[in-house]
Design a protein around this ligand. Structure first.
Ligand code: PLP
Length: 395
């Protein structure tokens, strides 16, 4: 087969690639999907082969064909040089950080970062003698003033967790590269379908595959992808720390990728429809959705992203706690729970005010984060309409 004819090769568009990446049916007796390999021991045919380790697979923890298939698919989607898989999104964030830091170093981290990632910085990195400082997610080129001689990484996440600030990644990356500092991007919200951090100047991309890659709320998995320049450091750090995802999770994530394009398009359309519906409600003070023109960084979103996913936040006008509880507790179609990216709708209250350090979180009233699943939006609106009635009845 000539290269252009390989299904999922670079010449094809992303929906086509998602359908085929990581799969080689004729290496598997023609079966469409790669098999699920489980195993710790990998045998070598001879003593000589064992000593030289000269074969593709050498030890279960170091990778299986199932793991390689997903790694290769993610590398191709992100346009990187190398990817590794980890047992959770958070462990991917940790591996991304640990691949580049060393004692006496410094990392700059967006103040809008996923909260458990902040804890990695404040606990483990601190113990290892690495200082973390947090920066305003809207800083853009101004990051140049915060880069120190010992800065080893700039950690971005766009949009920010819960608060959805969009970062000017090209401006941050330019300032970083002027000082030879690598940039990491947590791309969990948009996925490579709608945002390509490496093309915008990032050097490392992390994902919680737990979210949209898996897509069915039944997987914990993470990935880290780098450019060629950082591939060796990444591979070594990942190997030394003994990270490996479970075989089922890997297989489920690979399976989820096949439908990512159709799921995400639906999440995007439905969530934007719901965001616009919320914006017209008298109970709502503000909607925070990057694809809405009233989002403060809408222009950057429009410039850098080609789509949006199903997650956004709203700020309600002030109301008593019991009114909010009456509204949310009895919703039938919105589960109360963290994680997201599955097919089902979710809602959680949030308040980043207590842990932000570089910026102040200010909200007019209670803040809610919604994940809009694949349900019919009219059913979701009816459920919320009833919720708003309970809110009014309990004021
Ligand atoms: C959920 C999430 C993670 C962590 O993923 P887990 O698989 O739950 O550990 C990391 N980053 C972002 C932006 C997330 O939303």
């Amino acid at each position: 087969m000539s290269k252009a004819k390989i299904p999922g090769a670079k010449g094809h568009r992303i929906e086509t690639r998602l359908t085929h990446l990581g799969s080689s049916p004729f290496e598997n007796f023609g079966f469409v999907n790669p098999p699920l390999y489980r195993g710790s021991t990998v045998l070598f045919p001879t003593v000589e082969a064992y000593v030289s380790h000269a074969q593709d697979y050498t030890y279960g923890r170091r990778g299986t064909p199932t793991i390689r298939a997903l790694e290769n698919a993610i590398t191709a989607l992100e346009g990187g040089a190398h990817s590794v898989l980890t047992p959770s999104g958070l462990s991917a964030c940790a591996i991304g950080l640990l691949s580049v830091v060393s004692a006496g170093g410094h990392v700059l981290v967006t103040d809008s970062v996923y909260k458990p990632t902040r804890k990695i910085c404040q606990n483990i990195l601190k113990r290892l003698g690495v200082e973390a400082s947090f920066f305003d997610p809207l800083i853009g080129a101004g990051i140049a003033d915060l880069i120190q001689d010992n800065t080893q990484l700039i950690y971005t996440e766009s949009p920010g967790s819960l608060s959805f600030e969009i970062q000017d990644l090209p401006a941050i990356a330019k300032a970083a590269h002027d000082r030879d500092v690598p940039v990491l991007s947590d791309n969990t919200w948009a996925t490579p379908l709608y945002y390509n951090p490496l093309a915008l100047g990032a050097d490392i991309v992390v994902h919680a595959g737990t979210k949209y890659f898996g897509g069915h709320a039944d997987v914990n998995l993470g990935s880290v992808t780098t450019t060629q320049a950082l591939a060796k450091q990444l591979r070594q750090t990942h190997g030394d720390l003994g990270q490996c995802p479970g075989p089922e999770d890997t297989q489920l994530c690979l399976r989820g990728l096949r439908t990512l394009a159709v799921r995400l398009e639906r999440h995007w359309k439905s969530a934007l429809d719901m965001a616009n519906w919320f914006a017209a409600r008298p109970e709502v003070a503000r909607v925070i959705h990057p694809a809405r023109e009233d989002h403060p960084q809408h222009d950057i979103w429009k410039r850098d992203f080609s789509g949006a996913s199903g997650l956004f936040s709203i700020i309600l006008k002030p109301c008593p706690d019991n009114a909010l509880a009456a509204m949310v507790n009895d919703l039938t179609l919105f589960g109360i729970g963290s994680s997201w990216g599955g097919y089902e709708s979710l809602v959680i209250p949030f308040d980043p005010a207590s842990y932000r350090t570089a910026t102040q979180w200010k909200a007019e009233g209670p803040a809610l984060r919604f994940h809009i699943g694949l349900e019919n939006v009219d059913d979701l609106k009816a459920d919320l309409e009833a919720g708003f009635k309970r809110l009014a009845g309990n004021r």
